[in-house]
Design a protein around this ligand. Structure first.
Ligand SMILES: NC(=O)c1ccc[n+]([C@@H]2O[C@H](COP(=O)([O-])OP(=O)(O)OC[C@H]3O[C@@H](n4cnc5c(N)ncnc54)[C@H](OP(=O)(O)O)[C@@H]3O)[C@@H](O)[C@H]2O)c1
Length: 214
């Protein structure tokens, strides 16, 4: 897939890792945040190829938009950016609805609901693909796994959007995708994350990922 313009909504570990990674692969990146001036000053001129703007500016910039904000804030961020700004675009949703109030990660909600579905409902004119949410930010671009890089788990309702997602992931160094169905499957991809945290604790690493074997 030809590199193009991408808007990354989020300036945390995930937003920065994806912003830098996509820029390294030739994409024209704008990172979105509530505080563009502060983020610009913090990143400095070393971040070549990564511009900074508001959530609305980043969403408007991207032909592809990535949602990479705190799960509890994800729906509000979409509203801040303006749902119309996403119309006709591929939206990669990396968020997880996590609750750390008991110290270790639990889901804030799930089972019969997911952030992936809520985001797709808020953006009826965009194609939302759940992606990146089950791997560490350090592995999202140019992944390196000692036992081989597994396909990325994704789901979404639009087959063409999932094909586009796979082409992007292959360009970023992934072998392909494990497509687990429509956007309702986000319930299960998000539910993998509290398990991912517990497995990481057991293994003593945060670079691991799940793989289906047969
Ligand atoms: N960390 C990982 O390795 C990892 C891996 C897979 C998926 N994820 C998921 O990716 C998402 C981002 O994770 P993260 O670790 O980068 O950092 P994070 O702390 O979950 O998110 C930081 C971003 O959320 C925004 N934000 C926080 N509170 C907000 C509010 N009240 N209103 C509007 N925006 C708000 C921040 O905006 P400002 O820029 O304005 O501060 C910032 O851009 C999460 O949903 C997480 O579950 C994380």
């Amino acid at each position: 897939m030809e590199p193009s313009r991408i808007g990354v909504l989020g300036s945390g570990d995930v937003g920065r890792a994806l912003g830098r990674g996509f820029a390294r692969h030739g994409w024209d990146v704008t990172l979105g945040t509530r505080s563009p001036d502060e983020l610009r000053a913090e990143l400095g001129p070393s971040e070549e190829g990564v511009a900074v703007g508001t959530f609305a500016e980043a969403a408007a910039h991207g032909d592809v938009v990535i949602l990479a904000v705190l799960g509890d804030a994800a729906e509000a961020v979409v509203d801040m950016a303006g749902p119309d700004t996403f119309a006709g675009k591929l939206v990669l949703d990396a968020t997880n609805p996590l609750d750390f109030s008991e110290g270790v990660a639990h889901l804030s909600f799930g089972g019969t609901d997911s952030l992936g579905e809520r985001i797709q409902e808020r953006l009826p004119d965009a194609s939302v693909v759940k992606c990146f949410n089950t791997v560490s930010n350090s592995q999202m671009v140019d992944p390196e796994f000692e036992e081989g890089t597994p396909p990325m788990f994704i789901c979404g309702d639009d087959d063409e959007a999932k094909e586009q997602t796979e082409a992007i992931l292959v360009e970023l160094g992934w072998p392909g995708v494990m497509d687990v169905g429509g956007i309702t499957s986000a319930r299960y991809l998000e539910a993998l994350v509290p398990l991912w945290v517990r497995v990481g604790s057991n293994l003593g690493t945060w670079k691991h990922a799940f793989k289906a074997v047969q």
